[in-house]
Design a protein around this ligand. Structure first.
Ligand SMILES: Cc1cc2nc3c(=O)[nH]c(=O)nc-3n(C[C@H](O)[C@H](O)[C@H](O)COP(=O)(O)OP(=O)(O)OC[C@H]3O[C@@H](n4cnc5c(N)ncnc54)[C@H](O)[C@@H]3O)c2cc1C
Length: 290
């Protein structure tokens, strides 16, 4: 089923993001975590797309299994990295054949350590090129795109980035999903700015529960996300005084507060970055229902 239809029929949903484990030997453990998370009845699940090699095929294999053997509604991420019309077409044909109706169209990041994104083909330079291609060749697929409440790291300004978001949506994508952020005001002010330029499609907030100092350091360095005053200090103090479990407790409490605030403030639902771990997401959803 298309995510756009699911969103229009469901309020206050939770959806989940996973990444394909690099080694197939890790797949049974991975699918155990996915299975555990079925308990929270996610509206849909998404699977990321790697920078190259076999993990790109793994995305396809995992979403097919989720759809056909696990009774989940999956979405495959897809990027312009290594893209050619032939490769994208065959990926989408297989997706369609597996009954998966949803794709998240992305540009992809520059390789680790490099600052600029150099497209692999003239045809696919920006996510918007993928959106156009999908619209022309696979008009029945539901397409999502990425949005950045603090602006994309390479963007001249948030306003300029929003113009490109509008372009992706006007070209036919159905909804947007945000980069992680730690302060809900950023999301709500982003929604207002989006509304002011006539963006009227759903923008789903993406939330990363912080479960370790490593995770938060890595995620802010990759995404450029800012932290609320005192948040990092409280996590560092927790590490020093209570150890990793205390960091996880504080990070989870922060995520619960964010998710509650987002749903109460009118977000259509929340997309949780699971990092392939069930326990924290289960705790968050339990807290929402209590
Ligand atoms: C929800 C989510 C899921 C993600 N999943 C993955 C994944 O599975 N795999 C992966 O590799 N990466 C993933 N990413 C990361 C993403 O690939 C990067 O953030 C990437 O740097 C930008 O992707 P985009 O689709 O936003 O690109 P674009 O929309 O193409 O934007 C990239 C930059 O170019 C600018 N821009 C856009 N269009 C134009 C134009 N026409 N002319 C000039 N400038 C333009 C934008 O302002 C922005 O600065 C994800 C990001 C998010 C938020």
């Amino acid at each position: 089923m298309k995510i756009s239809d699911l969103i229009s029929r469901n309020k206050h949903f939770v959806s989940l993001e996973f990444f394909p484990p690099r080694e197939k030997s890790a797949w049974p453990g991975f699918f155990d975590q996915v299975e555990k998370l079925k308990e929270i009845n996610p509206l849909f699940v998404s699977v990321t797309y790697g920078a190259g090699g076999s993990t790109q095929d793994y995305t396809l294999e995992i979403v097919s299994k989720m759809k056909n053997e696990m009774d989940l509604e999956p979405m495959a991420h897809l990027t312009c990295v290594g893209a050619s019309a032939g490769k994208i077409r065959s990926f989408l044909k297989e997706l369609d054949a597996a009954g998966v109706k949803n794709v998240l169209a992305l540009r992809g990041d520059p390789p680790m350590g490099e600052k600029n994104f150099v497209p692999d083909s003239e045809e696919f330079q920006h996510a918007s090129d993928l959106v156009s291609f999908i619209g022309m060749e696979f008009p029945d697929l539901c397409v999502g795109v990425a949005a950045y409440p603090e602006g994309h790291v390479e963007a001249e300004s948030l306003e300029q980035d929003l113009v490109f978001l509008k372009k992706k949506l006007d070209l036919g994508s159905d909804f947007a999903m945000t980069q992680l952020f730690f302060d809900n005001d950023l999301y709500f002010s982003f929604l207002e700015k989006a509304k002011a330029i006539d963006i009227d499609k759903p923008i789903i907030p993406g939330i990363l529960p912080v479960t370790s100092l490593n995770i938060i350091r890595k995620s802010i360095s990759l995404s450029g996300a800012t932290l609320p005053d005192g948040f990092m200090e409280s996590l560092e103090a927790a590490e020093n005084n209570g150890g990793p479990s205390e960091v996880k407790r504080i990070g989870t409490q922060h995520a619960i507060k964010q998710v509650k605030g987002l749903l109460q403030g009118g977000a259509p639902g929340v997309h949780l970055y699971t990092l392939n771990k069930a326990d924290t997401c289960l705790e968050i959803v339990k807290a929402l229902n209590s």
